[in-house]
Design a protein around this ligand. Structure first.
Ligand code: ADP
Length: 194
């Protein structure tokens, strides 16, 4: 069960290949630490295909949701999904996007970390900004360091490069922390003034 004390909430963050290649490791950690969040586990690593494949959900609902997002982009910009994918079915488009995502995540070493603190899951998502960098506000990591969009990414048949991954819910965080770090990965310490 996820920790009920909001001050001890933990979330899982992974700096994606574009974040590592843009030299943003320090900047990202700084932004969490300056908001009083604690880094309680940290490692750079090269993931295996199986690890990344098992990180992203495999259920039909999640995969179809990825397909819907792509269709929405195509509609917004007047592109024809039939031309690029030979289908307009989100359930068939989803697996294609998922494949792009796995390829992208394997394209460089990643940095994984566990971040702890008050409402860590929501705080980290707020600091990261929304999924699509071109829509992310200035002041968020994605808004400050990327302008990628699905219109560009999908035309280039690749996933949207958005610098980092962060868990969406405490339950997802717990699952991802166990997946990437095992059962007892984290360290415990008090920050100055705590
Ligand atoms: P988040 O990472 O913000 O939780 P999602 O779970 O919706 O976002 O998507 C997972 C990842 O898939 C995104 O971070 C992004 O890299 C990629 N992605 C999402 N939607 C698209 C899309 N329409 N086209 C290409 N890549 C996408």
């Amino acid at each position: 069960m996820a920790n009920r004390n909001p001050k001890e909430e933990k979330t899982y963050v992974m700096i994606k290949p574009d974040g590592v290649k843009k030299g943003l490791i320090g900047e990202i950690i700084k932004r969490f630490e300056q908001r009083d969040l604690k880094i309680v586990a940290l490692e750079m690593f090269q993931p295996t295909h199986a690890e990344i494949d098992n990180h992203y959900p495999k259920d039909e609902a999640w995969i179809t949701r990825l397909g819907h997002k792509t269709l929405a982009t195509y509609e917004k910009y007047g592109f024809d999904p039939m031309e690029d994918f030979g289908t307009t079915d989100p359930a068939k488009l989803g697996p294609e996007i998922r494949k792009w995502l796995v390829d992208y995540m394997l394209s460089a070493p990643l940095v994984k970390m566990v971040v702890e603190g008050t409402h860590a899951v929501d705080m980290v998502r707020k600091i990261a900004g929304p999924t699509m960098p071109y829509l992310a506000d200035m002041g968020t990591i994605r808004g400050d360091f990327s302008n990628d969009s699905p219109a560009v990414a999908n035309a280039e048949k690749r996933a949207v490069a958005n610098i980092l991954h962060a868990s969406e819910t405490p339950e997802e965080a717990q699952h991802e922390i166990e997946h990437w770090f095992g059962k007892t990965p984290t360290h415990s310490y008090k920050r100055h003034g705590e």
